[in-house]
Design a binder for this molecule. Structure first.
Ligand code: PBG
Length: 325
């Protein structure tokens, strides 16, 4: 056949495929989410096989191993004992709380590791919501933002490099930025959960932290999975409010949103491959139905290709250790 244009020429050998590859995935693109708990035990998480709730000591060890493999950052999620959960979620800004102690231990042991914290009330809130709940069951926006400011300040005082508000309240990025600046923390960054969808893919995470809402759902603050323009609106607002990094969550089912935000902003984009995405891969692999390493490679590469600069993934350490494509 006389065919001057043959795309297959660019796929004909590993060397040429290396030359034309458009998307790069390295451990430096990954952020490792880690669960922590009080006490000296490291407890395997039944709803997320392969994940552990770490003691502070266990966290320092695990984060150190991931960092040694080239992973630049971790993000912390605490399980708070029931007796500390209250309707005002006040334990979220106690300087001797689990998260600030974990931050201090991490920064002391691994000064070059970036420590990111989750800013939201759900682990501390007896109602299990990301915001304060009124007597008649509404999620209170402005009152919540005042508590989130305190929580972000508490993390900054302990040495957090980046605070990541995941609560989806209106106006929280500007409020947190102002509170940080006023307290002298101009250098602490904000990674905003900009397009966080009300997703069933968070189910295993809520099991891991025992943080599911006691009543109702999160649909009055997290986004409707059917919406795309709304994500671009949230992105414009977060950018104007001073966010340093914008996040899309979940990642795999929302690649179109990642690509749209990539086109709409000059800010770095993060994407969160959440617990349900993790679990589906783990379950398929446990059944012997899929090749776990190849699926993880492909899912992370796809998220990068869509436009994510960085990916939060529970596979971070395992991928950095042995599954580098
Ligand atoms: C809570 C929070 C959630 C996740 C991260 N921060 C759960 C939720 O919003 O209900 C989900 C992470 C995952 O599923 O891996 N603020």
């Amino acid at each position: 056949m006389h065919l001057p244009i043959r795309p297959r020429r660019n796929r004909q050998s590993p060397a040429i495929r290396d030359l034309v590859r458009e998307t790069e995935l390295t451990p430096g693109h990954l952020i490792y989410p880690l669960f922590i708990q009080e006490g000296g035990e490291n407890t395997p998480i039944s709803s997320m096989p392969g994940c552990t709730r770490w003691s502070v000591e266990g966290l320092v060890q695990e984060a150190g191993e991931a960092h040694a493999l080239g992973v630049p950052a971790v993000v912390l999620f605490p399980r708070i004992p029931d007796q500390l959960k209250t309707r005002d979620a006040a334990a979220c800004h106690a300087d001797d709380g689990l998260v600030p102690r974990a931050i201090r231990a991490l920064k002391a042991a691994h000064p070059t590791l970036a420590v990111i914290t989750d800013v939201a009330l759900d682990p501390y809130n007896s109602d299990g919501h990301d915001g304060l709940v009124s007597d008649d069951g509404r999620i209170l926006n402005d009152e919540t933002v005042a508590v989130l400011q305190q929580q972000a300040l508490c993390h900054a005082r302990a040495g957090a490099d980046i605070v990541a508000p995941s609560d989806m309240m209106d106006g929280r990025v500007a409020a947190i930025r102002a509170a940080l600046d006023e307290a002298g923390f101009q250098g602490v960054s904000i990674m905003s959960y900009t397009a966080k969808y009300a997703s069933a893919y968070y189910g295993p995470f809520r099991g891991a932290l025992d943080s599911a809402p006691k009543a109702g759902d999160k649909k009055t603050y997290q986004m409707d999975p059917a919406n795309s323009r709304e994500a671009q609106r949230e992105a414009a607002i977060d950018e104007a409010e001073g966010a340093d990094i914008l996040m899309v969550k979940p990642a795999g089912p929302y690649l179109d949103i990642i690509a749209k935000l990539r086109a709409a902003t000059m800010l770095p984009i993060a994407a969160y491959q959440v617990s349900g995405e993790y679990l589906m891969i783990k379950a398929g692999a446990a059944g012997g139905w899929i090749d776990e390493a190849k699926i993880v490679n492909e899912s992370l590469t796809g998220i990068r290709r869509a436009g994510a600069d960085m990916i939060l993934t529970y596979f971070a350490k395992q991928w950095a250790k042995g599954w580098l494509s």
